[in-house]
Write a protein that binds this ligand. Structure first.
Ligand SMILES: [Zn+2]
Length: 321
């Protein structure tokens, strides 16, 4: 069996929105240390890979030249401080390499899976991406790594149809907007409602040729593992009947964990092991198991690290204790 890939660009940990910010620098370090300890026991089943920086031209397949240019300029201007590029969304001098490194890791992961070098992969992207739309950042997100990976798979002639499963507690308004009229990308999101950013009602289903390929499942605050898993199963059943993907990407946010300071769900790390298995079942039935998960939110660092381990173990076909 080929290994599961774990991708983490070293620059991703250096993005610095400030210690008072939910996405402070300690978050990814704690995650990397928790995963690092588990990788010792997963030797041969999960392998860590280095990735290069994404090309700006690949980012421009999703984002406007104005947006990318203004982010780059803000990173240069920030130096050792922070510049706010959208509400509560900051960049520092190190953020440009963090953004290109995270996108580069996502691109290498999907290529590695498509080309058969690795079985599937988890990419520890930071800053996150799913609130970033074509022309602007939002909600700690600047460049939408999952959208960049999906479009790259299609534009490079690898995949024809890509499904994105977003289990972050927030609705991925950016991903939805980017693919809203696109019949080749299916976007499924389960999220808390009401909650930031306020989009993602069940009546938002796509437009034009993309009608039916956007699928939103809003859920109330207080949703626990059993109800969440039931709704996730129903949503995947409906999605798999409507859409036959060549590749599945996961927007893997962990702010649905009970300990998360921003979200109101009550999920446990082990819940994400089951979610991963469910997505893998869909992938094994439709696209030879091709799955890549990219980190989105998750602001309780220790439980987030545990839940990433649960996801990695799910991807590798290993039990989660
Ligand atoms: Zn989130």
């Amino acid at each position: 069996m080929k290994p599961t890939g774990f991708f983490l660009h070293p620059s991703a940990a250096l993005h610095d929105p400030g210690w008072g910010h939910p996405d402070h620098q300690g978050r990814l370090r704690t995650l990397a240390s928790t995963v690092g300890k588990d990788l010792l026991t997963l030797h041969g089943k999960v392998e860590q890979y280095e990735a290069g920086l994404a090309l700006v031209d690949t980012i421009l397949e999703v984002h406007s030249r104005d947006h990318v240019g203004s982010v780059r300029e803000a990173c240069e201007r920030a130096g050792s401080g922070q510049v706010e590029v959208a509400p509560e969304t900051f960049v520092s001098g190190a953020s440009w390499d963090a953004i290109l490194g995270s996108a580069g890791a996502a691109l290498e992961a999907v290529e590695g899976v498509w080309d058969g070098r690795i079985r599937n992969a988890f990419v520890a992207t930071r800053p996150a991406g799913h609130h970033a739309s074509h022309a602007r950042g939002l909600g700690f997100c600047v460049v939408n790594h999952v959208a960049v990976a999906a479009r790259h798979l299609i534009r490079s002639g690898r995949a024809q149809r890509v499904a994105i499963v977003d289990w972050d507690i927030h609705h991925g308004n950016g991903t939805q907007e980017i693919f809203y009229t696109d019949p080749d990308v299916y976007y499924l999101s389960l999220h808390q409602s009401p909650l930031f950013p306020g989009t993602g009602s069940a009546s938002e289903v796509g437009k034009g040729g993309g009608r039916g390929t956007t699928h939103n499942v809003p859920l109330p605050s207080g949703t626990g593992p059993r109800a969440y898993l039931d709704r996730f199963r129903e949503a995947l059943d409906r999605a798999s009947q409507a859409f036959d993907p060549d590749f599945i990407l996961i927007s893997a946010g962990y702010d649905g964990l009970a300990e998360d300071p921003l979200g109101g769900f009550l999920l446990r790390p082990v819940t994400y092991h089951t979610l991963t298995q469910m997505v893998m079942e869909w992938a094994e039935g439709s696209c030879e198991g091709r799955v890549v998960a990219c980190l989105e939110g998750g602001y309780a660092p220790r439980p987030t690290g545990d839940a990433v381990v649960a996801t990695l173990r799910g991807l590798a076909g290993v039990e989660y204790p």
